[in-house]
Design a protein around this ligand. Structure first.
Ligand SMILES: Cc1ncc(COP(=O)(O)O)c(C=O)c1O
Length: 410
């Protein structure tokens, strides 16, 4: 791949490298006609649970279903409120609604872009009350608040010690949205040890959408948990509410994982630690290069308690749109994760949040840009990205008016 064209994400190279191994999985599935469930799914579940240092894994057909099934299996009921952040992909809140609950938001931390535990505390202390039976009730919706979803966005875990402590104090279920955080680690100061994403909450949801750190060749997801009863419920819900064929304890869904995807994920899981290591090296290289270039943008912040797996490398610039256009001119792909905070989306108009409700998320949504990040990114490509960013920032400081005018016309 030439340095002159740098994709935001290269999904082709890793699959070409594994073509033979992946083809074998396909042959095995075709030859046995074991398309749904079976040993391939069970083996992957065991392997992924071990990778996350979690006791159980129930594979499902997407990260969205993993979240929805985890919420329901953990006991979230129709009419409940589930608290999360407005700076996430809409799947987080779709799953809350699909579980019959209502999403409410707390703002994120300005440096990590993840849930700010202080904002969660403020919400619980000042935006909730207790009813006569002692239940925690949201003042804005008058509904019981029963769960919280911290999202480990961009491959970095939220500050789980603080969130778990608050959840404990207020009796809330914690479901981790680990859809972008396969293998991310968190040092619990409370327990004096490192944890892997997916092993700290009551349950966690993972997505294996192709572009994720561990991606299927199609749709896939999983719930991890240390709670065996919860895992059994997820297995039931994903399979039409049956634990035994045609004995339906509840109404469920068709949310199972294909054997083919499980077999593919099993192959790719062997490389996940290596790929995550490469992502960490690429992130460190970007940090070094941007430092040397005089910090034309704000680089990602990794607290001492975090080992991020850099699903995305998100930087910040006050002229984000100008920077993206300049990088595009140089053939460099970028993205925004996410340009419109959830509370301002048309789909959530009915929640009655107004602009200004979550200022940290709103400001970052206007300034963040995700640069090319994937395990096979080369140092030369990174140097080209940083150089183009530095040149844009130098031009901007010498001729801001001209650049601003250019932007207005574009
Ligand atoms: C933070 C987050 N949550 C949930 C999801 C939903 O996962 P899926 O696309 O597999 O349904 C995604 C992935 O797109 C995500 O990034």
């Amino acid at each position: 791949m030439s340095v002159s064209s740098i994709p935001f994400l290269d999904l082709v190279t890793p699959h070409l490298e594994l073509e033979q191994e992946l083809t074998k999985v396909f042959q095995q599935v075709v030859r046995t006609a074991g398309f749904i469930g079976g040993p391939m799914v069970e083996n992957f579940e065991k392997s992924f649970a071990a990778f996350c240092q979690s006791k159980q894994c129930a594979a499902v057909n997407s990260g969205t279903d993993a979240l929805r099934f985890a919420l329901t299996a953990a006991g979230v009921r129709s009419g409940d409120v589930v608290v999360t952040v407005p700076n996430t992909f809409i799947a987080t809140t779709e799953a809350i609604s699909q579980a019959g609950a209502l999403p409410e938001f707390v703002d994120v931390d300005a440096r990590t872009y993840n849930m700010d535990p202080e904002k969660l505390r403020e919400y619980l202390e000042h935006k909730c009350t207790r009813d006569s039976s002692g239940r925690l009730i949201s003042r804005r919706s008058s509904r019981p608040v029963t769960a919280v979803i911290p999202v480990h966005l961009y491959g970095q875990m939220a500050d789980m010690d603080a969130i778990l402590e608050l959840a404990d104090e207020y009796g809330l279920i914690v479901i981790e949205d680990a859809c972008q955080a396969h293998g991310a680690q968190y040092f619990s100061r409370k327990q004096d040890r490192w944890f892997t994403a997916g092993a700290m909450g009551r349950a966690a949801a993972f997505s294996f959408y192709p572009g994720k750190n561990l991606g299927a060749c199609g749709e896939a997801g999983a719930v991890t948990t240390n709670d065996e009863a919860l895992a059994a419920k997820v297995r039931m819900i994903r399979d039409h509410g049956q634990a035994k064929k045609y004995y339906h304890d509840v109404e469920g869904y068709n949310g199972r994982l294909d054997s083919l995807q499980a077999g593919i994920l099993q192959v790719k899981l062997q490389y996940l630690a290596q790929w995550n290591g490469q992502r960490r090296e690429r992130a460190a290289e970007y940090n070094r290069l941007f430092e040397a270039a005089g910090r034309p943008i704000t680089t990602p912040f990794e607290p001492s308690w975090s080992r991020a797996v850099h699903h995305l490398y998100v930087v910040r610039s006050e002229n984000r749109d100008g920077l993206m256009a300049a990088l595009k001119d140089q053939g460099i792909g970028t993205g925004i994760h996410y340009p419109i905070p959830l509370h301002l989306q048309e789909a959530y108009h009915f929640l009655n949040y107004t602009r200004g409700a979550f200022p940290v998320t709103e400001k970052s949504a206007a300034e963040i840009v995700s640069l090319p990040m994937f395990p096979h990114l080369t140092a030369a490509q990174q140097a080209a990205v940083v150089d183009a960013t530095r040149r844009f920032s130098e031009r901007e400081s010498t001729e801001p008016a001209v650049l601003a005018a250019g932007q207005r016309n574009s």
